[in-house]
Design a protein around this ligand. Sequence first.
Ligand SMILES: Nc1nc2c(ncn2[C@@H]2O[C@H](COP(=O)(O)OP(=O)(O)OP(=O)(O)O)[C@@H](O)[C@H]2O)c(=O)[nH]1
Ligand SMILES: [Mg+2]
Length: 192
Amino acid sequence: MKIVVTGGFGVGKTTMVGSVSEIEPLTTEVPLTYASTGSDDLAGVEGKTTTTVGLDFGKVTFDEEGMAHRFELYLFGTPGQQRFWFSWDDLVIGALGAVVLADTRKLADAFPALDYFERRQLPFVVGVNTFANSLYTYSDQDVRQAMTLPDEVPVVFFDARDPDASARVLMTLIATALDAARSRPPSPGALL
Ligand SMILES: Nc1nc2c(ncn2[C@@H]2O[C@H](COP(=O)(O)OP(=O)(O)OP(=O)(O)O)[C@@H](O)[C@H]2O)c(=O)[nH]1
Ligand SMILES: [Mg+2]
């Protein structure tokens, strides 16, 4: 299964793909320079020195005892900078769904990704990457309301640096995507 990990600039996409991947992740990081001052907001992620200019790629397998199926997930992290958004159209081809990462200090940065997946009717979950230096804490209801999310979209708070927490977000997405597939009416082609 192909999964897209997306969201605004510097929200932790590369961090999540790298933390949960069982293979050495493929990254396309380049150093941030002064040229991006003004377009890329490093507030809250001052330690960030690179940005993704192509994609992140990782792989994770869920094959635990008691599970009905073995899931092999191929993770595709998108770039966050607006000038690379055109590449999302290629990255989503064949995807089961997406993890839209959000940072409560700049929630609106997730809106383009939310719009993108809503328009394409692709299942997604919102993963709120919790940065320890956030000033305020919010409930999932706060986030849900601020993003006007429908009930079927789960909101999961997690730490993108934690492989187990990141895996839980992915499992939530699989469950959501399977629910969506079950409730979708069969396409005319499927009836032939
Ligand atoms: N404190 C804290 N720092 C984090 C967390 N996740 C990521 N970081 C840091 O925040 C920065 C953001 O990381 P990236 O993973 O590069 O973000 P990205 O979304 O891939 O960024 P772009 O590809 O440039 O859009 C890095 O400096 C990480 O070390 C987190 O959960 N907590
Ligand atoms: Mg990145």
